[in-house]
Design a protein around this ligand. Structure first.
Ligand code: M6R
Length: 608
């Protein structure tokens, strides 16, 4: 959601800013813009729509200079338009500012500034900040930014330049993510690491209420009071090529095909030497975990679905009562937290505003947080007491795929670890369940090889307007995930239901030829699933079943069957996810959708 990039150095500012913005495109946006300082004047270019439009303008009218800021905007205040795009400037056109987040008290400040004769040209909350900085400006950009941000409520990351101080970028973080890239005779700032990787692997992760002043050969960090602070430099291991699509037409497809490799990597990391190893940042002692009263999981979207699977695993294997909540509900519902619960936050990006707020809510109650996060150094990672990393590599497609299966995989292993600590499972059985994971990458590869069957089915159903996804037990959350994947990238209405709940209402939606995706691999609830499928079939539904190889009975019931290799029931959501992802992907492609950047969506949802 909104992407910021800032550069000061010797390189051509057009190409650095454009390349950075392309790298941040995955975050979701509806307009974009850049600004630089040329001979003591601000130069600004802004457009509505795709980055291609901005690139076109810059080809016709390039910026000049070696310092600049750029932005992709995901509209919150004011519709997507050239006027509302960032950078926003002050009355004198001396200060230009890009912003990620929401300034909640902008209206009051705007009224105050209008009384002081400031003239506003946009409907954004961001422009208010440009004018507020102008109001305080007396020749020292750093000081005026500090005074201005102290007045703000909400969440924001900003990068500011002033034509009167053409050698520096001032950037401040409070809530939204901000990373500094340290180069040789060049320095950068951005909302996310991919925008920096073409220039440097040396980064500094900004914490809330910190400011950075970047010059070509100097970087200074400050706290909210303007006092100088030291920050830790880190080296990023990713290569820029890990951010490319390779031979795949879309990031989403590439990421779907990376899943066996992600699971293989995690088997090596988590089970090395036959012992559980949850990584360098795990930080929870066996003693503490053995005495948990219950677990509370909070997350959003696909990560919430993984958390829901976690409930089945923790309760089934470790016999620990587990609650799962959507973060935006958890944070406002005044949850009762008695005993010694473990709070878990699950997030691919580690920056999701609601999940972060839920985590802070739990911390305020002195509870300890263990998170599952893909992006190291992200806010959720930093603010948790311990983190299990997903090790999925950068996930660029807006639809979460490889992070999701890694989340389930980590939860599976963690539940087995807890079951061991709590003596909840026979040791031999525990060993058997651990061994099961070794077969998963091979089984995933087999599913991915059979993609033609899924393509054939999607051809048949591509024009449907509504899909129902059903599952039971541990694959009920898989049904929710299948429906979410389909709707978010194809814009076709889809809904997920526990199969046993259909006759309590949703079955009224079923008529002749209604398409239903039924998740029915061999499991403890298989027979029940068959009954539910029969009930739908009787009412004319067209059934697409995901079933275990060798299942002959299902052939008679399903209009179309996608087979997956048989596996341990509690690992089946990892396998089931693949045909569901491919089904959504090909339906979306056949409908001409932009699968990596579906409309209205952002990869990192950094506003609540
Ligand atoms: O980064 P997170 O895992 O915290 O993101 C949570 C959701 O925004 C995310 O899973 C979203 O639902 C995806 N678009 C699903 O594919």
């Amino acid at each position: 959601m909104c992407g910021i990039v800032g550069y000061v150095g010797d390189k051509d500012v057009n190409s650095v800013l454009m390349a950075g913005l392309w790298r941040l495109e995955y975050r979701g946006y509806d307009s974009s813009g850049v600004a630089s300082i040329v001979n003591g004047d601000l130069e600004v270019r802004k457009v509505e729509g795709k980055l291609m439009n901005l690139e076109g303008i810059l080809r016709e009218k390039p910026l000049v200079g070696n310092i600049g800021i750029g932005h992709t905007r995901w509209a919150t205040h004011g519709e997507p338009s050239e006027q509302n795009a960032h950078p926003q400037v002050d009355c004198e056109e001396n200060i230009a500012l890009v912003h990620n987040g929401v300034i909640e008290n902008y209206y009051t400040i705007k009224e105050e500034l209008i009384k002081k004769k400031h003239v506003f040209k946009s409907n954004t909350d961001t422009e208010v900040l440009a004018h507020l900085i102008e109001e305080y400006y007396n020749g020292d950009l750093k000081e005026s930014v500090l005074k201005a941000v102290r007045r703000l409520e909400g969440s924001f990351a900003i990068a500011v330049i002033a034509a009167s101080e053409p050698d520096k970028i001032v950037s401040y973080k409070s809530g939204s993510p901000l990373i500094v890239g340290l180069g040789k005779k060049e320095n950068l700032v951005a909302s996310d690491i991919p925008a920096l990787l073409d220039h440097t692997k040396h980064i500094v992760i900004m914490n809330d209420n910190e400011m950075v002043v970047l010059q070509k050969e100097n970087v200074e960090f400050y706290n909210r009071d303007g006092e100088s602070i030291e920050k830790e430099e880190r080296e990023i291991k990713w290569s820029p090529t890990s951010l490319d699509k390779g031979d795949f037409p879309h990031y989403m497809l590439k990421e779907i095909y990376e899943q066996p490799e992600v699971i293989e990597r995690n088997i090596d990391l988590r089970l090395e030497g036959g012992e559980f190893d949850f990584g360098e940042n795990f930080n929870f002692s066996p003693h503490k975990l053995a005495h948990l009263s219950h677990i509370v999981i909070q997350a959003c979207g696909t990560s919430w679905h993984a958390g829901y699977i976690g409930k089945y695993l923790f309760e089934g294997y470790a016999r620990i009562h587990t609650e799962v909540d959507i973060s935006s509900e958890f944070r406002y519902r005044k949850p009762v937290m008695e005993g010694e619960p473990l709070v878990m936050a699950i997030s691919q990006s580690g920056e999701t505003a609601d999940t972060l707020a839920g985590l802070r809510e739990a911390k305020a109650k002195f509870l300890e947080i263990l998170s599952l996060v893909n992006v190291r150094g992200s806010a959720i990672d930093r603010e948790s007491d311990g983190t299990i990393y997903l090790n999925a590599g950068p996930e660029i497609g807006v639809a979460s795929t490889k992070a999701y299966t890694s989340q389930i995989f980590q939860l599976y292993l963690f539940s087995l670890y807890l079951s061991k600590l709590k003596w909840a499972m026979d040791a031999t059985e525990n060993e058997e369940k651990i061994k099961e994971v070794n077969s998963i990458p091979k089984k995933m590869k087999k599913i991915l090889k059979n993609v033609d069957k899924i393509k054939e089915i999607t051809e048949k159903y591509k024009n449907e307007k509504h899909f129902m996804f059903i599952g039971r037990g541990i694959n009920y959350p898989s049904a929710l995930e299948g429906a979410l994947k389909l709707k978010e990238i194809s814009y076709i209405h889809a809904t997920g239901y526990p199969a046993g709940e259909m006759k309590h209402g949703p079955i009224a939606l079923i008529s002749k030829n209604s398409p239903v995706v039924a998740i029915a691999p061999h499991s403890s609830v298989y027979e029940k699933m068959l009954t539910n499928i029969e009930e739908l079939k009787t009412r004319g539904a067209k059934i697409i079943v995901i079933a275990s190889e060798g299942d002959k009975r299902i052939k008679e019931l399903g209009d179309d069957v996608i087979y997956i290799p048989p596996c341990e029931e509690n690992l089946s959501p990892v396998l089931v996810a693949l045909p569901l992802q491919l089904f959504a992907y090909y339906i979306a492609i056949l409908n001409g959708r932009d699968v990596d950047r579906p409309r209205n969506l952002a990869k990192s949802v950094t506003v609540e």
